[in-house]
Design a protein around this ligand. Structure first.
Ligand code: NAD
Ligand code: ZN
Length: 264
């Protein structure tokens, strides 16, 4: 899908805001990884239809909840395996690469992501707050066992801790679970230090802690940008809305900023 003239104009306006001494905050969601071929959670091309019950007769949110993991871990793991299979072998796309490359061109670039696919890290970003965790980090639900796995191809339907035998789990935030305290502390520390531009990329921003930094920036008069082909709850709040795919829009922003091909 080519960028429209309106998107290109908007990207050039965003580019004109950018200075090397600034601090940028990217807030990313499943839409960024959609350009790596990963299904989003809901909506077009999503892994789950809103409201459709799972074959266990519960909603996907219940199947992927902390409560279900405690009571029937095999149910939660069935969907964890499904999500991991859908993500297996995915590579960072141009959007992840641009965000990582920008870290070398600004005073500071932070990425607050809801994605659990590890693609920001794989692309080389260093300042990442992966607030929902990472699927490839496996923990024991009882002892302090922890391991990194490349994928779930060799994991059994219900993986168990090799040292104590209790059910294992990925280090991700399941529905109904609290957010990790240390990651939240990092987020608030960085928000306190202030940002000059806040960009929301490929997220429906349904969670308050994802929408709030954008709304806070707007109320503080800090420029806000949304990159998303569909409208979201942030669309009317942001100063600049780029109605395009993440990889294409970020690639164009990179070229506009660095003066490479694609610069008008
Ligand atoms: P979401 O599925 O609710 O929303 C995705 C958004 O991306 C939508 O607004 C959609 O319009 C937009 N989008 C689709 N294609 C795009 C593209 N090419 N470029 C830019 N935007 C595009 O996702 P969310 O807001 O991240 O929240 C979903 C929850 O599900 C999160 O908790 C997240 O942890 C989890 N999740 C993670 C992954 C992943 O790790 N890749 C994938 C699916 C869901
Ligand atoms: Zn254990």
């Amino acid at each position: 899908m080519a960028l429209t003239a309106a998107d290109e104009r908007m990207i050039d306006e965003v580019r004109s805001l950018l200075r090397p001494e600034q601090r940028l905050l990217f807030i990313t969601g499943a839409g960024l990884s959609a350009d790596s071929g990963l299904p989003t959670y809901r909506g077009t091309g999503g892994l789950y239809d809103a409201g459709r019950p799972t074959r266990h007769g519960v909603s996907i949110e219940e199947a992927l909840s902390g409560w279900m993991l405690e009571s029937e871990p095999e149910v939660t793991w069935e969907y964890l395996h499904e999500i991991e299979r859908a993500a297996r072998g995915a590579k960072p796309n141009r959007g992840h690469e641009v965000i990582a490359a920008l870290e070398g061109h600004f005073r500071s670039v932070w990425t607050l992501t809801q994605n659990i696919d590890g693609l920001h890290r794989q692309a080389g970003s260093r300042h990442i707050i992966d607030i929902h965790g990472d699927l490839r980090a496996i923990l024991c639900t009882r002892c302090d066992y922890r391991a990194e796995v490349a994928d779930y191809a060799h994991l059994p339907p219900l993986p168990r801790c090799p040292s104590c035998g209790a059910a294992a789990r990925p280090d991700v935030v399941l529905f109904g679970e609290v957010l990790p305290t240390r990651k939240l502390a990092t987020l608030y520390r960085e928000l306190d230090a202030g940002f000059d531009v806040v960009l929301a990329v490929g997220t429906s921003a349904v969670f308050p802690y994802i929408a709030e930094p954008v709304l806070w920036a707007r109320s503080a008069g800090i420029p806000t940008v949304e990159i998303n082909p569909s409208r979201t709850r942030l669309s009317d709040a942001v100063d600049f809305r780029i109605a395009a795919g993440a990889a294409e829009a970020l690639d164009r922003l990179w070229h506009a900023y660095r003066g490479g091909p694609g610069t008008p």
